[in-house]
Design a protein around this ligand. Structure first.
Ligand SMILES: Nc1ncnc2c1ncn2[C@@H]1O[C@H](COP(=O)(O)OP(=O)(O)OP(=O)(O)O)[C@@H](O)[C@H]1O
Ligand SMILES: [Mg+2]
Length: 274
């Protein structure tokens, strides 16, 4: 995976992570994390609490330096060319980053200005995003008065202010009710329709099933399985106890791959993955 300094190579567009390692003192957060996300596709990164999802996102979005390994995002090395990466990415962190006292519009304009848009361009882009995310009516209210779903939509809009080529979404719908979650899903789908590459971490397996072209399961800091939702389901095999054969759900795939025990309505025990 040779990489010429400063030259965005097509094979490094999207996301390429190779053998990333990260320790926090004695604790290993990433232990040889390798992942490739093709440009214009959505990868769902699934894993239990503490598996290393946020650490991976922080490294790929240049907020944290890896102890080992390499990564390229949108064509640039995240350690050697962090500024080039930052110009091309958006990040929705696990916790909301918008300011409560400012209005939705002010937040968007502020992020536009921080991204070096002119005042005019920031105002125009803020207006477009407020419309696109159904926030036009609430645009001039303080964010403190927004519902959880509205805040999350504003977060998502904020991450798009510079039209990123690659978007990182760390648990974008945590804490949302099902209707708000479905609403955020449809916004993400629209984005992907415009060619954005998305890495989405989630605990909601349904979310990954709905949105992702490719799913990677992370456990203890490394990817333990990868494939399309259907490929992962096929790995675990159909349920053999029920008279009507059905595919396992992604929840079952997840529990199986991460070694956790599934509580099933039948006595079925899934066979180990081959
Ligand atoms: N700043 C930190 N200092 C020390 N340990 C950390 C720090 N951040 C994360 N860790 C540890 O690194 C491991 C991976 O954490 P990480 O936040 O990446 O997991 P995660 O998959 O995002 O979990 P969650 O689903 O709970 O968000 C965990 O064991 C966590 O305790
Ligand atoms: Mg996390």
């Amino acid at each position: 995976m040779a990489y010429e300094e400063g030259v965005p190579a097509a094979e490094h567009a999207g996301i390429v992570a190779q053998d990333l390692r990260k320790q926090y003192g004695e604790r290993t957060a990433l232990d040889g994390f390798t992942l490739r996300v093709r440009p214009g596709t959505v990868c769902g990164l699934l894993g239990p609490n503490g598996a290393g999802k946020t650490t991976a996102v922080r490294i790929l979005s240049t907020l944290l330096r890896p102890d080992g390994g390499h990564a390229h995002v949108a064509g640039y090395d995240v350690v050697r060319r962090p500024r080039q990466v930052r110009y091309r990415i958006g990040l929705v962190g696990q916790h909301a980053c918008v300011d409560e006292i400012l209005t939705g519009r002010q937040n968007l304009q502020l992020f536009g200005r921080l991204g070096h848009l002119t005042a005019d361009a920031a105002r125009r882009r803020a207006g477009e995003l407020l419309d696109q995310f159904g926030l036009a009516d609430a645009a001039d209210r303080a964010v403190a008065q927004y519902s959880g779903g509205m805040r999350r939509r504003l977060d998502l809009a904020t991450s798009l202010i510079l039209r990123p080529a690659v978007l990182f979404l760390d648990e974008p719908t945590t804490g949302l009710d099902p209707a708000a979650r479905i609403d955020v899903w449809s916004r993400i789908r629209e984005l992907v329709g415009t060619g954005t590459t998305v890495l989405l971490t989630t605990q909601y397996l349904e979310e990954a099933d709905q949105l992702a072209d490719q799913i990677a399961v992370i456990d203890a800091g490394r990817i333990v399985a990868e494939g399309t939702p259907d490929e992962l389901k096929a790995k675990v095999g159909p349920d053999r106890v029920e008279t009507v054969t059905r595919k396992p759900t992604l929840d079952e795939v997840f529990l199986h791959l991460t070694g956790k025990t599934a509580t099933r309505s039948t006595e079925t025990v899934l066979e180990p993955a081959r």
